[in-house]
Design a protein around this ligand. Structure first.
Ligand code: SAM
Ligand code: SF4
Length: 329
């Protein structure tokens, strides 16, 4: 098992398939100048499957989510999903994506064994989408969402980050649209994980502000805390339910005490937290011929050292060196 000194057990593995992306969301990356990992830095498809296999067989991981960067840019993504779906015990498999590649891949991913998708959608307005992501790809995202639903990758969940003065006026519209389409929407507080280190506390739209904006149009009833488990989103029934909306308040209401995550970067580093300042190199050990038992011991030791909390809202907080797109969001 992957335990830490605070008694938490990591059962949910996030695997980054690439640090590259076809968008440039302003809260994530600068327009230009990103330093991408080299081809030989990246784990191969076989190396990823070996490490995921070790995690589910020997380390108690039950859920695997592929992310990035944009995971659908990885040529071998369908094969990786297929191989992971054949593992024993079979983990639950999902992907977090900007949705652009889904129209092309949703059927193949479903057939390979993918269970669900989370699609990031911050706005329904093409011009705002362009200002936010610096690319004119909103129609591709919407086509991707429809393809995911048609392929049965359900329930489709949506992630939205609100930015002050850019798309924060759209909170209620996004929720109305999601309800209409049967998608479950979750708002994520903007975190200091952008490559250009441009995050400010005052620029962030807090969970409280998000709820205020939603409450102007909808009646929100909190779901009992017990229903949340280790899920980062706090959820509310909308207009009496059954549909819900979630808010992931990583900054103002952190959920570190219940965190059950472990992370593997595209270049084979284990991170015990999004905000960790240390990584454990599994790729080097793996390529030097380490056995599964040796790799498992390294992974366990990495998790054992997990800190109590990320402390983003503390004055002494230091942003990690690597941005979200390189860690795997
Ligand atoms: N490219 C995929 C996507 O956008 O869904 C997967 C990777 S992305 C890093 C994963 C999630 O992190 C997305 O929902 C994105 O909106 C979110 N994200 C990126 N930068 C963020 C930040 N600074 N604060 C909060 N969420 C962020
Ligand atoms: Fe790409 Fe996702 Fe980052 Fe946007 S949030 S730039 S889609 S990795």
């Amino acid at each position: 098992m992957l335990l830490d000194t605070f008694g938490r057990r990591a059962v949910d593995l996030r695997v980054s398939l690439t640090d590259r992306c076809n968008l440039r969301c302003t809260y994530c990356m600068p327009e230009e100048g990103m330093q991408w990992l080299g081809k030989t830095d990246l784990l191969t498809d076989e190396e990823i499957v070996r490490l995921v296999g070790l995690a589910v067989r020997d380390l108690g991981v039950r859920e695997v989510r592929f992310t990035g960067g944009e995971p659908l840019l990885r040529p071998g993504v369908v094969g990786i999903v297929r191989a992971c779906a054949e593992l024993e015990p079979r983990p639950e498999l999902s992907i977090t994506t900007n949705g652009i590649g889904l129209a092309r891949t949703a059927d193949a991913l479903r057939e390979a064994g993918l269970d669900r998708v989370n699609v990031s959608l911050d706005t329904l307005d093409p011009e705002t989408f362009f200002r936010l992501s610096r690319r004119r790809r909103l129609p591709d995202v919407l086509a991707g969402l429809a393809a995911a639903e048609a392929a049965g990758l359900t329930p489709v969940k949506l992630n939205a980050v609100l930015m002050r003065g850019l798309n924060d006026h759209e909170a209620a519209d996004l929720l109305a649209w999601s309800l209409e389409h049967g998608y479950e929407l979750r708002f994520i507080e903007q975190m200091p994980l952008d490559a250009q280190h441009g995050w400010t506390r005052s620029g962030m739209i807090t969970a409280e502000e998000i709820l205020e904006r939603l409450s102007a149009r909808f009646t929100l009833t909190p779901e009992p805390a017990a229903a949340r488990g280790a899920a980062p989103a706090e959820r509310w029934l909308v207009d009496g339910g059954p549909q819900r909306v979630g808010v992931i308040a990583s900054v103002t209401r952190p959920f570190c005490r219940d965190c059950d995550r472990t992370r593997l970067t595209a270049d084979g580093q284990v991170r015990n937290c999004l905000f960790a300042r240390e990584e454990t190199d599994l790729r080097g050990a793996l390529r030097a011929g380490a056995s599964d038992a040796e790799l498992g011991a390294l992974w366990r030791a990495a998790m054992w050292g997990k800190k109590a909390g990320a402390g983003i809202d503390n004055p002494e907080f230091l942003q990690p060196e690597r941005p979200m797109s390189a860690i795997g969001g």
